[in-house]
Structure formats: structure tokens, C-alpha cells
Design a protein around this ligand. Structure first.
Ligand SMILES: NC(=O)c1ccc[n+]([C@@H]2O[C@H](COP(=O)([O-])OP(=O)(O)OC[C@H]3O[C@@H](n4cnc5c(N)ncnc54)[C@H](OP(=O)(O)O)[C@@H]3O)[C@@H](O)[C@H]2O)c1
Length: 223
């Protein structure tokens, strides 16, 4: 399978590292932008570009009709995108966190949140730790954890060293505690997840439209 790799920075660079040379179309960056003709040489596209670059990439990607896995965060996707893709018979997906391990954690959090009603006055505490250059706090992932849990949680943040991302949950009652932890060691988890997702778009029974990785992941896990 061939992948058009668009964006070769901190994350896209990992996609390039993982794939074999003959699996890559491009790679493309801001000084070597993808054309429709080039994109058509690939079975799917993987994009890790900044939000500011998305507007100019939507048209060539749509014209090429290849499936695309978008990793860009902070972009406001058009409301009618799903409709447009369905009309053109194109499959795209996006994820704010492509880590497949984090998708397993998402399912665990769903179960913990749904089952916690049997506990006696449980308290939920999410703690996230990242490198000292990270500007935002709490992390977007910590906020997602609270959503996936479906319970109000206390969220705390810590910034130190070169930590790539640690998220922890403690569910505590008077009599017991439950702990769940996810630790990122390498940015390649995002690249691996994006490659897996692009392969699903090509090989799995996925309908045209704009999907979230969580839906695709859950569908695959149910089979
Ligand atoms: N979903 C996830 O799991 C996940 C994980 C990590 C990051 N992200 C997101 O992915 C995005 C990229 O993050 P990053 O840290 O990898 O960024 P980065 O290191 O700044 O790399 C961005 C890449 O995009 C390229 N680019 C910029 N404009 C372009 C254009 N018009 N056409 C083609 N390529 C263009 C850049 O090319 P030049 O080098 O030539 O400028 C560079 O190679 C961000 O939105 C980030 O939040 C998502």
C-alpha cells in the first residue's frame, strides 16, 4: 500500500521513519506541496500539518478522491464536510489523538464511568504531566478523559523536564482506590495510529464521509 505523507515535522517525520521508502508518495511539506496527480499515485493520505495549512489542502485531497487520515488539531472543519465527502464517495477520518493505546484507555474510561454508580461516593481525579514547554493546561487529552469517563473530575496539571505525556486517573472512595495510567514514550504512537487508520480506510468496510477514529476503532474491535 502507498501513502501520501503530508507534513514531515515532529509527527509526520515519524510516519516517514516507520514506512518503507517504496510505500511513500512524497513526502510533502510547505516547500513541496502535493498535486492532485501526485496524490492519485497513493492509496491513502496521512496528514500532520498545522491548522493554517488545511484550507489549501482540502481541494487537492478531495479532487484526488483518495482516503485521508487527518491528524491536524485546532482546525474548525466545515459543517457540510461529511455531506460533501458522501456525495463524492470519499472516505476521510480525523483524530485529535491517534495513539491506539489511548483508544483502549478511552474504552476503559467509558466502563469505569458507567460502572462507578455501584461505588460509595467515588471521587475522580485526573492528573496530567507534560514537558515544561507545553503551553496549554490542562491538556486536551485530560479534558477528553473527563468526557470519556462521563463523570465530573478534578483535573490537575504538572509541567516538568521532557515528559511526552502522562495521564492518570484515580477513583477513590473511603475504602478503595482504582488507578489507570497512560504514558507516551515516543511520538511514533501517533504515526503508528495514523498508518493503522489509513489502512482501515482502504481495507475495512467503511462508508464514505467524515469519520472520527474512535468510531472506526470501536467498529473494528467489535468484529
Ligand atoms: N492527532 C494526533 O494524534 C496528533 C499528534 C501530534 C500532533 N498533532 C497535530 O498535527 C499537526 C502537526 O503537528 P507537528 O508537531 O508534527 O507540526 P510540525 O512539526 O510543525 O510539522 C508541520 C509540517 O507541516 C508542513 N506544512 C505546513 N504547511 C504545509 C502545506 N501548506 N502543505 C504541506 N505541508 C505543510 C510543514 O512543512 P515545513 O517544514 O516545510 O514548514 C511541516 O513538515 C498539529 O496540528 C498538531 O497538533 C496531532
Amino acid at each position: 500500500m502507498k501513502f501520501a505523507v503530508i507534513g514531515t515535522g515532529k509527527t509526520g517525520g515519524k510516519v516517514v521513519e516507520i514506512l518503507k521508502e517504496d510505500q511513500i508518495v512524497g513526502p510533502f511539506d510547505s516547500s513541496n506541496k502535493p498535486t492532485v496527480e501526485k496524490l492519485k499515485e497513493a492509496d491513502a493520505a496521512i496528514l500532520f500539518v498545522p491548522a493554517a495549512a488545511v484550507d489549501e489542502l482540502i481541494d487537492p485531497l478531495m479532487d484526488s478522491k483518495i482516503p485521508a487520515a487527518w491528524g491536524t488539531t485546532g482546525y474548525d472543519w466545515p459543517d457540510d464536510l461529511d455531506h460533501q465527502l458522501k456525495e463524492k464517495n470519499i472516505k476521510w477520518l480525523q483524530a485529535s489523538n491517534f495513539s491506539l493505546g489511548m483508544n483502549i484507555v478511552r474504552r476503559c474510561l467509558n466502563i469505569i464511568g458507567q460502572s462507578a454508580s455501584v461505588l460509595d461516593e467515588p471521587e475522580f481525579h485526573i492528573h496530567e504531566i507534560h514537558h515544561k514547554h507545553k503551553q496549554d493546561a490542562p491538556s486536551g487529552t485530560a479534558i477528553s478523559w473527563e468526557e470519556w469517563l462521563g463523570k465530573e473530575a478534578k483535573i490537575t496539571s504538572e509541567r516538568k523536564g521532557d515528559i511526552k505525556g502522562i495521564h492518570k486517573l484515580e477513583v477513590k472512595t473511603d475504602a478503595e482506590s482504582i488507578h489507570l495510567e497512560h504514558k507516551a514514550h515516543d511520538r511514533k504512537i501517533f504515526a503508528q495510529g495514523a498508518i493503522w487508520a489509513a489502512e482501515q480506510l482502504v481495507n475495512a468496510d467503511i462508508s464514505p464521509g467524515f469519520h472520527d477514529l474512535s468510531t472506526i476503532f470501536d467498529n473494528v474491535m467489535q468484529k
